[in-house]
Design a protein around this ligand. Structure first.
Ligand code: ATP
Length: 228
């Protein structure tokens, strides 16, 4: 399926500051961070432990509201929304990929996707589960449960599940953390391909410098600040 990128605006973080903790223990997790990711672009975020990478994903995904700045996903500022509207916008426009797939143990690969498709059934962007499974190279294993799949295969299903609602923003948190080198390359190549094919703006946090070659851009977080 090809999606028209011109109708999308991707992700825009402008002057985002996030403070965490209280009193003397307050730290600035994000310090005036600005980042734009276009539809069809895969941006990697690297940086040392504690630099603020997870905080960046939490803010971009509308899970945490920053103290200052704006977070615009597909034209709407998440920081200006009431919590219910933010949750609805997240469900409709944002997909998440986790470290190890986070699949439901009892469900087959196909049913993992169908469940999300069912929850999204009133949405116009929802994609066909079988077609998406084929797209991520898993058509032949549609009826297997997670324990019957390899780590790389589970992650392919995790990516397909994140895409089934037709999101405009995909946020991936260390998607290769549980994979060997060869599988890591395959999974990030898949992410890059789907990012372009689905015209989604993708942000991937990673410690894996090996896979950066598949990304359009690499930015670095250090002490809550972004460079690159
Ligand atoms: N709930 C919280 N309360 C207070 N401080 C927090 C909280 N969550 C995270 N922090 C602090 O915010 C800073 C940024 O954390 P964050 O998890 O975003 O870093 P990270 O770059 O993702 O680290 P890692 O690579 O280890 O996952 C760290 O100093 C962390 O200790």
């Amino acid at each position: 399926m090809t999606i028209d990128a011109t109708t999308r605006t991707g992700l825009c973080l402008a002057g985002v500051t996030l403070r965490l903790g209280d009193g003397d223990d307050t730290i600035t997790a994000l310090d005036a961070v600005s980042l734009t990711v276009a539809p069809g672009e895969l941006v990697a975020v690297v940086g040392p432990s504690g630099a603020g990478k997870s905080s960046l994903l939490a803010v971009a995904g509308g899970l945490t509201v920053p103290d200052q700045g704006s977070v615009t996903v597909d034209g709407s500022d998440l920081t200006a929304m009431k919590p219910a509207a933010r949750t609805a916008h997240r469900r409709e426009h944002i997909g998440f990929v986790f470290q190890s797939g986070n699949l439901i143990p009892a469900l087959t690969a196909l049913d993992q996707l169908r469940l999300i498709g069912h929850l999204n059934r009133r949405r116009t962007g929802t994609r066909d589960a079988e077609q998406l499974l084929a797209e991520v190279g898993m058509a032949g294993k549609a009826h297997r449960r997670p324990h019957q799949l390899s780590g790389g295969e589970r992650q392919r299903i995790g990516i397909a599940r994140a895409l089934i609602g037709g999101p405009s923003l995909l946020l991936a948190d260390e998607p290769t953390a549980a994979l060997d080198r060869a599988r890591s390359h395959e999974v990030v190549e898949l992410l890059a391909r789907e990012t372009r094919r689905a015209a989604v703006a993708t942000v991937m946090v990673t410690h894996d410098t090996d896979v950066l070659e598949h990304c359009d851009r690499v930015v670095e977080m250090v002490d809550g600040q972004l460079s690159g």
